[in-house]
Design a protein around this ligand. Structure first.
Ligand SMILES: Nc1ncnc2c1ncn2[C@@H]1O[C@H](COP(=O)(O)OP(=O)(O)OP(=O)(O)O)[C@@H](O)[C@H]1O
Length: 573
């Protein structure tokens, strides 16, 4: 029975029987269910056991778009359960149904013994969700955001001093940097915003925690902290549901994965069968999963006229200066831990921010040089920029898909009287839509009706359509599925083969493999190391990210102690 709104305090305690708790506690590493073959039957069979979540044959339409047609999922307490699938396969919609944000059209939804009909109700029964789009009030302080809405569902509302103390404690642990709870949210970087949203959910001490692509804004080290947090929650008996495209990461620590394809659950994979290959095979009807490899000839860069040069650049007034060069046809990967200066650097190259020191110069087709000092000069010199932080820097939520695509192009497609050649704009849109396989019902629909990954594709398409000489991408593949990523690498490689130059900042080191011609690594506010194609590897890049000239193994980064039960309880108090 769904309770009336406003009567949540009268809700019966969620059905989390001691039988379930003891089963999880005494058998934490239950043997995984067999196989990739594990099918709907098996999922339904599992759903009959006492589980944290049981979703059976759920469907959901948004107007003409069928987001889900037969989605099922069964997740237990004390397990990390991933939901995977290509962009637009229905993962977020499933997460939203489980979280009470949208109702299912048909099918059965059982979350902790209830069918939540609103996020508030979901929280009341013990489910917290961290959504893909960060819901933050930018003008409020950090602590106000962490405790937003808390007073209505915590029995004893704590004092402001106490709230600030707890905010500082949990955020400094999670974000691993000093935090003043009184800072306005607008003043902190994207990664800290992500931690604020995560803290808010953790402080609710949920029995089920849903992460919808929540590590997308976090760098490697931070993602590892998040994984440890998830493992600690699992050890505590929480059902942790994660929606993610970071397949390589999830095979390391997820217990189960439910795979969606075109709105349908096509299988559930257990720990023993959790390999990238198995997941990809189920996710996509495509048969070739061979990879990241984009065929290309080795080219030596260095001679001739560069496409872009940054000279004596420093990222702060007293910072160490450095030089940077990019040649036509070259793809340079940019890496660094969060806050190491790489984001500031690419924004300077794109003309968005000014360098505290130094100059940026580009060369045109005729070999003539031009300074890049602001957005206008960057645009005039055909530099396109794609941001991974699409909500803040990319999309206009109130505009349609086509309008979002066409915004930067209107100047190019307008005649002298100012009328836009809609046919030409429409043709180029169609071409880019096919190039990146952007999925949507109608181009006149608002961009926010697209899945997160498809929104990102619109921004990438817009950059290609600008016919740039240089494309600067700032973590563009955030939230983009693996198939699209590979298509993106192929398109960028083709762009480079025609003389274009690419700067590709990524928080995922693997993106550079078999793709970048060079990788530049930032550390503590400056360019620390530069590696040619044949030196690019996980250990070398990772080492440089930590300021070491020696390679570092991933396991050394991930080898942190799990928080103890006492530490966790202290945080949860
Ligand atoms: N509010 C909405 N209105 C219209 N269509 C929607 C809405 N929400 C989702 N859709 C559509 O439903 C489909 C599934 O979207 P969903 O966001 O669930 O996919 P996803 O698997 O999470 O994708 P991604 O990996 O890109 O985030 C998509 O085609 C999307 O455009």
């Amino acid at each position: 029975m769904v309770p009336e709104r406003g009567r949540l305090d009268l809700l019966p305690a969620p059905r989390r029987s001691s039988r379930v708790e003891s089963r999880v506690r005494h058998e934490p590493g239950r043997p995984p269910r067999a196989g990739v073959q594990a099918s709907l039957d098996k999922i339904n069979e599992t759903a009959h056991q006492m589980s944290a979540i049981s979703v059976k044959n759920v469907s959901k339409n948004f107007g003409e778009t069928r987001a889900l047609r037969a989605a099922s999922l069964a997740a237990n307490f004390g397990e990390i359960h991933a939901i995977v699938g290509e962009n637009g396969s229905g993962k977020s919609t499933l997460a939203k149904i489980i979280s009470g944000v949208v109702p299912a059209d048909s099918g059965a939804v059982d979350v902790l013994g209830h069918t939540p009909s609103s996020p508030t109700e979901a929280i009341a029964i013990g489910l917290s969700t961290i959504f893909q789009e960060m819901m933050l009030a930018e003008s409020l302080t950090i602590w106000e955001n962490v405790f937003a809405g808390s007073d209505s569902f915590w029995k004893r509302s704590s004092s402001t001093t106490e709230k600030k103390r707890r905010t500082k404690e949990i955020l400094e642990r999670l974000a691993d940097c000093p935090i003043d709870p009184d800072w306005p949210v607008s003043s902190v970087p994207l990664s800290v915003k992500q931690w604020i949203v995560i803290s808010r959910a953790l402080l609710q001490k949920p029995k089920v925690l849903v992460f919808d692509e929540s590590s997308a804004a976090l760098d490697l080290e931070a993602t590892s902290r998040l994984h440890h947090e998830m493992l600690a929650l699992k050890a505590d008996g929480t059902a942790v549901i994660i929606v993610t495209h970071r397949i390589a990461e999830l095979v390391k620590f997820a217990d189960q994965a439910t795979v969606l394809r075109d709105g349908e659950t096509v299988g559930q994979i257990g720990r023993a069968d959790m390999t990238e290959e198995n997941l990809l095979r189920l996710m996509s009807a495509k048969t070739d999963h061979s990879a990241k490899s984009v065929a290309k000839d080795r080219v030596a860069f260095g001679g001739g006229t560069p496409a872009l040069r940054a000279s004596n650049i420093a990222l702060s007034t007293n910072g160490q200066s450095f030089n940077f060069q990019l040649f036509p046809g070259q793809i340079v990967g940019i890496a660094g831990l969060d806050g190491a200066g790489q984001t500031e650097f690419v924004r300077i190259l794109a003309g968005i921010d000014k360098a505290p020191q130094g100059t940026v110069t580009v060369w045109d087709d005729k070999g003539e040089e031009h300074p890049v000092a602001d957005l206008a000069s960057a645009e005039a010199n055909r530099i396109a920029y794609v941001s991974g932080d699409r909500k803040k820097e990319g999309i206009f939520a109130n505009l349609s898909i086509l309008e979002n695509f066409g915004l930067a192009l209107y100047g190019r497609y307008a005649n002298k009287a100012g009328f836009i050649d809609r046919k030409a704009l429409s043709d180029v849109f169609q071409k880019e839509k096919e190039r990146l396989s952007i999925k949507f019902a109608r181009r006149s629909d608002k961009i926010t009706t697209l899945s997160g990954g498809n929104q990102q594709k619109v921004l990438i398409a817009r950059a290609f359509a600008l016919n740039p000489r240089i494309i600067i991408l700032n973590d563009p593949a955030r939230g983009v599925d693996i198939g699209t990523k590979q298509d993106l690498y192929t398109h960028l490689r083709a762009f480079a083969a025609e003389g274009g130059a690419v700067i590709y900042l990524s928080t995922e080191i693997e993106e550079f493999f078999n793709f970048a011609d060079r990788a530049d690594v930032f550390f503590e506010g400056g360019l620390f190391a530069s590696y040619d194609e044949d030196q690019i590897g996980e250990e070398t890049i990772l080492g440089a990210m930590f300021g070491q000239s020696e390679p570092v193994e991933m396991s050394e980064v991930l080898e942190q102690e799990l928080p103890s039960e006492t530490q966790l309880q202290a945080v949860a108090q």
